[in-house]
Design a binder for this molecule. Structure first.
Ligand SMILES: *[C@@H]1O[C@H](CO)[C@@H](O)[C@H](O)[C@H]1NC(C)=O
Ligand SMILES: *[C@@H]1O[C@H](CO)[C@@H](O)[C@H](O)[C@H]1NC(C)=O
Ligand SMILES: *[C@@H]1O[C@H](CO)[C@@H](O)[C@H](O)[C@H]1NC(C)=O
Length: 192
């Protein structure tokens, strides 16, 4: 199911004009062969948390957040940090927004993700560059991955039994156990 397209000549002028455009850091030996191979990203400690607070019986403040780290086996030292925050009631994440992840300083890679709380679908896009074969012509890869996460979530509720103005009326929290899993891209492209 791997769909690998190598367009070697079409973009050479561009690559020659900015040979290190995406790769400030020299990639590790084996980067190219790992990237053409059957590798998997590691999704580490994916967590979802939601909080619904009623400051009065009629006023709700609610938000959800997700966070996880991602690593690519060709860049084992580079932990990409992915986080998102939303106040869009009631599930906060619907798979329709791409969030950019934070890469370590000097990294030449870019990662984004989308997540849907109703279906659990997590989509990953990553762009990275390997220059271990011919530093003159680094190869830029794009990888796309998708997985339906099954989250194990707990809900805790609190209702103030004797509410008065200025106090919290009620809170509801949803916390899911962290999930760590490998994710194999369903599609990759490579451009030299
Ligand atoms: C991601 O990794 C960093 C550095 O190791 C750590 O501080 C952070 O808690 C991790 N994030 C998640 C969601 O596990
Ligand atoms: C990933 O890339 C595809 C194709 O460019 C795009 O349709 C999709 O919205 C992107 N998803 C994320 C999570 O960035
Ligand atoms: C995720 O679930 C949706 C809907 O149930 C399904 O269409 C899709 O194929 C699943 N994706 C994966 C990667 O299993």
């Amino acid at each position: 199911m791997q769909n690998l397209i190598v367009a070697l000549t079409a973009v050479l002028p561009l690559a020659a004009a900015a040979p290190y455009g995406l790769s400030q850091r020299n990639s590790t030996p084996g980067c190219t062969s790992i990237s053409f191979g059957d590798f998997a990203w590691t999704i580490e400690d994916f967590v979802y948390h939601a909080s619904y607070v009623f400051s009065t019986p009629a006023h709700q403040i609610a938000s959800g957040d997700v966070a996880f780290n991602l690593t690519h086996p060709a860049f084992p030292e580079e932990k990409v940090s992915c986080t998102a925050y939303s106040t869009w009631l009631t599930d906060f994440f619907y798979g329709n927004i791409n969030y950019d992840c934070k890469v370590p300083e000097g990294s030449g890679s870019e990662t984004s993700f989308s997540f849907s709380r109703p279906s659990g679908e997590l989509n990953i896009n990553q762009t990275w560059t390997c220059d271990d074969q011919d530093p003159q012509y680094p190869i830029t890869f794009h990888g796309y991955g998708t997985v339906n996460l099954t989250l194990d979530c707990k809900e805790t509720n609190y209702q103030n039994p004797d509410w008065q103005i200025g106090q919290i009326y009620s809170t509801r929290n949803i916390d899911c156990a962290p999930v760590t899993l490998p994710l194999t891209p369903y599609s990759k492209t490579a451009v030299a």
